[in-house]
Ligand binder design. Structure first.
Ligand code: SF4
Ligand code: SF4
Length: 286
């Protein structure tokens, strides 16, 4: 089984548009939406929910009735998560579960409890299984939730004897992006020809190289700034990076998104032609 991740150095580059279209072109695969902070692949796929799982990303402190308001926990908490009062309380959004208050409390009034950070789901769009998730606002354990999404996708791919797991990765270069690409066979990096686009591209290339993954670049909306596109291509040549293809600006991409369908369903669209060529090249590589 091969795992292919589609990522970008930041959000809004057209990563999910490409993922949705590649999902339509791949056969015998499972999709995993690893953008757990703002998942939107399911909007393009309109899947039917099959399973829902709770995700507990860590522990949070809770103060019980035996609190005497001595204030010791507040002094020791480095995260300002203790709220004083007649009985002290914990701010669950600030608590990092470090256990310091539990150890200091003279009354044994504080306990650490498993805290739910989100949900992850298995859904189905036609014959295509989709593993996806939603991290609760304010939670910071996206890496762990992405690991669950990928584990579920792999399990289903093994059960159904699917050849590929196609991952719509988290944008950026942080923990979530790293969790999206660790262990995959190939990474497709989506870049945009803007002033910040080159910088974002270089950062995600650095991250991908750190994890020693094979990768190639797709330049989205390349014709909106051909000077920057040439800069990206020159840099890729110098770095020995393959440019898998260039997608032109095409109003049909937006029209398709409004209709909640991948643009490649429209055979007349220029973006479709470019994405089909990228898919062919990807098939030769993986
Ligand atoms: S240390 Fe314990 S008793 Fe003191 S304020 Fe905190 S919870 Fe209450
Ligand atoms: S567990 Fe740590 S972060 Fe949470 S309230 Fe206690 S001391 Fe603060």
């Amino acid at each position: 089984m091969k795992q292919i991740a589609i990522v970008s150095g930041k959000g809004g580059t057209g990563k999910t548009t490409l993922s949705g279209s590649l999902s339509f072109l791949f056969e015998n695969h499972v999709m995993a939406d690893c953008d757990v902070d703002a998942p939107n692949l399911h909007l393009l796929m309109e899947p039917k929910l099959l399973e829902k799982h709770e995700y507990f990303g860590g522990k949070k402190a809770e103060i019980g009735n035996s609190c005497t308001s001595c204030g010791a926990c507040m002094d020791v908490c480095r995260f300002s998560a203790i709220i004083p009062g007649t009985t002290y309380k914990i701010d669950p959004y600030a608590c990092e579960g470090c256990n310091a208050c539990v150890l200091i409390c003279p009354e044994g009034a504080i306990t650490l409890k498993e805290s739910k950070s989100g949900d992850y789901f298995l859904s189905k769009s036609g014959d295509l299984p989709l593993s996806h998730a939603l991290l609760f606002p304010g939670e910071e354990t996206s890496g762990g939730l992405i690991a669950e999404v990928r584990k579920l996708a792999l399990k289903v791919a093994e059960q159904k004897n699917r050849k590929y797991v196609v991952i719509d990765g988290a944008p950026g270069i942080g923990c979530a992006a790293s969790s999206s690409i660790t262990g995959v066979n190939y990474v497709v990096i989506v870049a945009e020809p803007t002033i910040s686009g080159m910088h974002d591209l270089q950062r995600i290339v650095e991250t991908t190289r750190y994890f020693r993954r094979n990768f190639g670049i797709v330049i989205n909306k390349f014709d909106l700034n051909e000077v920057k596109t040439d800069e990206i291509i020159c840099w890729c040549e110098k770095e020995g990076i393959e440019v898998l293809g260039k997608i032109p600006f095409d109003p049909e991409v937006r029209n398709s998104a409004i209709k909640a369908e991948p643009v490649v369903k429209n055979e007349k669209s220029p973006a479709t032609r470019a994405i089909r060529e990228i898919f062919q090249r990807l098939m030769e590589i993986v």
